[in-house]
Design a protein around this ligand. Structure first.
Ligand code: HEM
Length: 505
């Protein structure tokens, strides 16, 4: 009797599993069909044909360069890649409309939230609506405070003094190469972890150790971004459901990130957070939910890590092509911080007030970010049917992307010398003059403008000064044109190998 009951239960369970899997597969196929129908895969226009056949790769090294070419040719500076269901614009009026005027109609949207949801949870970077408003208000208050600015400045200068400069000195003149992209990623990871968490992963120590946390975080952000490249979201969702392949790896990496974050939060609860200057300690004063705290802090890690490293990498590549800009920065810094007698000193860091006097340096950094924005494009999903200021019709649910990389190269915005690296374009009567953020949305614009802009600029400028005042650098292959790997932030394939020597007086 027992045997009969258990074999009946077994066959019921097998039947149930079959039904369940059958239903899942049918549902997935149906969703895939709907998705494919929406995208118009049969579109025969030139852009879609070139996209589908990858024929654009014959003329361009990077997808962003091909899009730039198309946007520069388009009379409205907007294109529609029908097979991707994606409108792409480099038109400042459209950008202002999306990011400010009709902000409510252009949220990040569910597709984006799903892609990064497992890693970022309900963190500021990944949410819309009330949850975003709450975090934005809280974070703006904290990041606007004088005390956190000093804290960030101290962190950055300490990391340079105790790790970056000694590392460069250790290889200087020995004929060894350093991959600057890797060095800057280590630098910015140490800095952003200490800023957000009060935790020092020590990635930039002299031995350049492998940090398990940095590796897990890299894997998690890389594989999350890779989800966006699958033919349809259903593909990665099925893989996630079955816990196979890259989704299995992603789950393990996220688990590791979570364990570390939870460990830090628990310890902080035990030891007290009232005296902490990092963001976590500050947020703990008003949030009790540890999962929510974890989400908020992880968003900052993602936002503040690769962006700064990417900005620094392209800066040094551009400098290798434009040595006269390096000379100008050196001259300006000599004027403000002291001349050649100071060059041999290990400490080439400016005081906070001195940095504000260096208008040319500020211009050079903005100019570099114009040509090589760390976030090359940014997408929103239309809530309702709409018409953009240039007349483009947007159907509800369409992905609308504004393309920072292309915008930095538009003659309509920057004039006929748009492709040249000219810091002078930012200076009027010897003073740095910022550009309208909808023409230059490198840090986004409107209501969701980057919260770490000031910190990022301080980091980049301090690193630039510390390196070029004390060292001469030579990019090993100056003819290498940057080729980018797909991802959330611009990363150069093969990095940026550089030779370093102590600067002669
Ligand atoms: C050169 C460096 C940086 C660049 C180019 C940059 C650029 C951007 C861009 C384009 C966005 C909008 C992204 C989107 O909505 O999808 C953004 C948002 C954000 N950034 Fe940055 N960022 C940089 C550094 C930083 C740093 C160092 C931090 C942290 C201290 C930071 C914190 C944030 C946060 C929290 C947001 C989300 C704001 C919101 O959604 O309201 N960023 N940033």
């Amino acid at each position: 009797m027992d045997f009969e009951a258990s074999s009946w239960a077994e066959s019921m369970s097998t039947m149930f599993s079959f039904l369940f899997f059958g239903f899942t597969i049918l549902f997935s196929l149906f969703s895939l069909l709907l998705y494919v129908l929406r995208l118009k895969p049969w579109c025969n226009c030139d852009v879609c044909k070139a996209y589908l056949s990858s024929s654009w790769t014959k003329d361009f090294s990077n997808l962003c360069d091909w899009y730039t070419h198309l946007l520069r040719k388009s009379p409205t500076a907007t294109i529609h890649v029908h097979v991707l269901g994606n409108i792409i614009t480099a038109n400042p009026e459209n950008v202002e409309y999306m990011l400010k005027t009709r902000f409510d109609n252009y949220p990040k949207g569910k597709p984006f939230a799903a892609i990064l949801g497992d890693l970022l949870g309900k963190g500021i970077f990944n949410v819309d609506g009330d949850s975003w408003k709450f975090q934005r208000k809280m974070a703006s208050l904290e990041l606007g405070s004088v005390s956190i600015r000093h804290y960030a400045f101290d962190l950055v200068t300490t990391e340079i003094r105790s790790r970056l400069t000694p590392l460069l000195s250790s290889v200087a003149g020995k004929g060894e190469t350093l991959d600057f992209q890797d060095v800057f990623r280590r630098f910015s990871f140490d800095t952003i972890c200490r800023f957000s968490f009060g935790l020092d992963p020590g990635c930039l120590q002299l031995s350049l150790p492998i940090s398990k946390f940095a590796m897990a975080f890299d894997t998690a952000s890389h594989l999350s971004a890779k989800r966006a490249l699958t033919a349809s979201p259903i593909v990665w969702k099925i893989k996630r459901f079955l816990n196979v392949g890259s989704e299995k790896e992603l789950r393990e990496a996220i688990k590791m990130v979570n364990e570390l974050a939870e460990g830090v939060i628990n310890q902080r609860r035990k030891e007290g957070f009232a005296d902490g200057n990092d963001l976590l300690s500050r947020f703990m004063a008003s949030i009790d939910d540890d999962r929510y705290l974890r989400d908020i802090v992880i968003s900052f890690l993602l936002a503040g890590r690769d962006t700064v490293a990417s900005g620094l990498t392209s800066f040094f590549w551009l400098l290798s092509q434009n040595p006269e800009v390096e000379s100008m920065i050196r001259e300006e810094s000599d004027r403000v911080m002291g001349g050649p007698s100071h060059h041999h000193q290990q400490d080439q860091l400016p005081r906070f007030e001195q940095m504000r006097e260096m208008h040319y340096l500020n211009a050079a950094v903005h100019e570099s970010l114009r040509l090589f924005p760390p976030v090359q494009f940014d997408s929103k999903f239309a809530q309702e049917d709409d018409i953009l200021p240039d007349g483009t019709f947007v159907k509800k649910g369409t992905r609308v992307t504004y393309h920072q990389y292309a915008m930095g190269r538009m003659e309509q915005i920057w004039g006929p010398d748009a492709l040249e690296f000219k810091p002078e374009r930012w200076i009027k009567n010897g003073v740095f003059v910022p550009e309208n953020s909808f023409k230059y949305p490198v840090f986004h614009g409107g209501f969701r403008v980057c919260l770490g802009k000031e910190m990022a600029l301080v980091e980049i400028k301090c690193v630039v000064l510390a390196i070029i005042r004390a060292f001469d650098t030579r990019v090993v292959d100056p003819n290498q044109v940057p080729k980018f790997s797909p991802g959330l932030t611009a990363t150069v394939r093969g990095g940026l190998p550089v030779m370093v020597r102590e600067r002669s007086a």
